[in-house]
Design a protein around this ligand. Structure first.
Ligand code: PAF
Length: 286
């Protein structure tokens, strides 16, 4: 695995790879890797000739007061994991390389539709977050120019925003949305899980149970959506310290649903101790 820090150098190398007819899969990450990331890497390895992974803790997607400073940085460990998976290139740029002086941040795209998807849910509680994500992923895509971009479903809203951004910019990249990887307990894998104490981890395990149960009820139980939601919310509140949101949305538009529709998402963000966790389940009626 080659580690490359310079965007220009990576761009040149990948131009060369493409000239040789090789397809490129790309997995953007902020490091502190876990099985969820590795599942994306494995998918990319299966579907492409070359796999590129980036590790970059992107400052523009953290709001003031969020965990930018304490975000886990375990580069050596990450390198070992990626090397074992057979990653071809690891892109590890500095903040200066990604945001050179004079660069106007964050990026604004005229007539873009992605901001509509970014306003609700996490967007309400993390001002500027998705603008930061869109900015950095657009820059990464410009450097890597992959055939396929691999994203995890745990960050469902992020994936929806980025899929729309790809359409807005008419980028020639296929977005591959991969399933959430969970621990045996059901807890969705996340780099932030490492902040959890043993007791808080146990409490966090209840989040996915509440979501899955609500998903099942939406499919089977004929009670109104609002009633099922408020029951699930009360249950969730028993286990976590603060619920930012628990929403039942149209899985395509992310608009809240009052009546059942063909593809629904049950999404939540909540705090367990000081750790903010997100999770979701998607329900598709057969
Ligand atoms: O999901 C993440 O780790 C980040 O938001 C991403 C997509 C790598 C952009 O910084």
């Amino acid at each position: 695995m080659k580690i490359i820090k310079d965007p220009v150098q990576l761009k040149q190398i990948l131009v060369g790879e493409r000239k040789l007819g090789r397809t490129v899969g790309f997995v953007p990450t902020m490091g502190a890797l876990h099985e969820g990331h590795l599942s994306l890497v494995r998918a990319s390895k299966c579907e492409n000739d070359i796999t590129v992974v980036s590790i970059f803790v992107n400052p523009t997607q953290f709001a003031p007061g969020e965990d930018l400073k304490k975000y886990p940085r375990v580069f050596k460990r990450d390198c070992g994991m990626l090397g074992k998976c057979g990653v071809d290139y690891l892109f590890y740029p500095s903040v200066r390389a990604m945001y050179p002086e004079g660069f106007s941040k964050p990026l604004r795209i005229r007539n873009a539709k992605w901001p509509r998807l970014a306003r609700s849910l996490c967007g309400k509680f993390r001002p500027g977050h998705f603008r930061g994500v869109v900015t950095v992923v657009a820059k990464l895509l410009d450097i890597v120019f992959p055939d396929k971009l691999y994203l995890g479903s745990k960050d469902y809203q992020q994936a929806a925003v980025l899929q729309q951004m790809v359409k807005d910019l008419r980028l020639n990249v296929k977005v591959r949305l991969m399933p959430t990887v969970r621990e045996k307990s059901g807890l969705a894998m996340s780099s932030r899980n490492r902040y959890l104490s043993i007791v808080d981890r146990k409490r966090s395990e209840k989040i996915s149970r509440v979501l899955l149960e609500l998903g099942r009820e939406l499919e089977k139980n004929k009670e109104p959506v609002s009633k099922l939601k408020s029951r699930a919310l009360s249950e969730l509140k028993k286990h976590v310290d603060r619920v930012q949101y628990l929403e039942i949305v149209n899985a395509r538009t992310l608009a809240p649903v009052r009546a059942r529709c063909a593809e629904m998402g049950v999404l939540t963000a909540c705090f367990v101790g000081k750790t903010r966790l997100i999770d979701n389940v998607i329900i598709r009626s057969r």
